[in-house]
Design a protein around this ligand. Structure first.
Ligand SMILES: [Zn+2]
Ligand SMILES: [Zn+2]
Length: 328
């Protein structure tokens, strides 16, 4: 099968002919039809995330059809469509797994990072971590729901009942979260790279009440802000944009260092937190909610062989919505 393979961090992916993956007990073999490209893929390829499996097939927003079942799998049938997310396996035994926090499992394994992922024609996944995909989405439209959507949704839940919600970095996750937030009756304030008029227009087209540069203050104080951009300097900026008791949620897996800031911008019970990974419960809840909103994903499709070009465009902020690799 064809795959785009990372042989060592900080080098381009190489198009490679690999043997078909073998389906083990408890797994499904999936013929991939679409795999969305996530900012985390950039951080894996760029070497910011330590110790990836090598060589590695990246990609953790996978939609495809099951072509074989491993021993003991009864949840799915051959031919069924499934989604494969970032969380690939958890131990089920640690204190996090035992307290509904499997996203923090001490021994978790991740698709497209410590397991091979979806930049390939076929992949295998533990059936217990796969999701059913709502019928109203095509394969390519559904792919960004599996990380941009899921992690975005977990970030939104961390923002609590904030009515005035700021979103920093208006990419794949933000464009989904904005729609869910509007559906929940929140007001969305979108912050983009300074001068990025196209992203600001995009945010407004998705119902943002206001869109502006990340360096400018919002027109009114926010109740919470979610930061999807991997830029640590946004943390003090967002703290200054939230009202007393406001929360700043960092939604990415990697961020540049946060500059020091005066205590007075944290004072008055403002707080900062991060979001790590997802639980299967998040996935089930979000994938049930998405068609009701209904969340519409704005996607740009690319052939598998163009994965390097897509990563470059993502790094340079040249994508609108989510990029999706489509197979063949
Ligand atoms: Zn565990
Ligand atoms: Zn992701």
């Amino acid at each position: 099968m064809r795959a785009m393979v990372l042989n060592s961090p900080k080098t381009p992916l190489r198009e490679t002919e690999l043997p078909m993956p073998k389906v083990a007990a408890g797994q499904v073999l999936v013929k991939v039809s679409a795999c969305a490209v996530c900012r985390t893929d950039l951080h894996i390829v760029g070497g910011e995330l330590p110790n990836p499996k090598l060589p590695l097939v990246p990609g953790h927003e996978i939609v495809g059809h099951i072509t074989a079942l491993g021993q003991g799998v009864t949840r799915f049938k051959v031919g069924e469509r499934v989604g494969i997310p970032w969380l690939g396996w958890t131990c089920g035994e640690c204190r996090y797994c035992h307290s509904q926090r499997e996203n923090l499992c001490d021994d978790a394994k991740f698709t497209g990072y410590t397991f091979d992922g979806g930049y390939a024609e076929y992949t295998v996944a533990d059936a217990r971590f796969c999701f059913n995909i709502p019928d109203s989405y095509s394969d390519a439209e559904a792919a960004p729901l599996l990380c941009a959507g899921l992690i975005g949704y977990r970030s939104l839940m961390k923002a609590g009942d904030a009515r005035r919600l700021g979103i920093y970095g208006f990419g794949a996750a933000a464009h989904i979260v904005a729609q869910v937030a509007r559906h929940q009756g929140r007001e969305v304030f979108a912050f983009t790279r300074p001068g990025d008029a196209a992203a600001q227009e995009f945010a407004k087209s998705l119902g943002a009440a206001w869109a502006g540069d990340s360096t400018s203050p919002p027109p009114e104080p926010l109740d919470a802000a979610i930061i999807f951009a991997p830029a640590g300097e946004l943390v003090p900026q967002a703290l200054q944009a939230v009202a007393k008791g406001g929360r700043v949620v960092c939604g990415g897996i990697h961020m540049s260092d946060i500059p020091s800031f005066p205590y007075k911008i944290l004072w008055e019970e403002r707080n900062v937190c991060s979001v790590a990974n997802l639980t299967r419960h998040d996935g089930e809840e979000f994938l049930a909610l998405a068609p009701l909103v209904p969340v519409r994903t704005e996607i740009e499709k690319f052939p598998l062989a163009e994965a390097n070009e897509v990563l470059r465009r993502l790094r340079e902020g040249m994508l609108r919505g989510a990029a999706v690799l489509v197979m063949g």
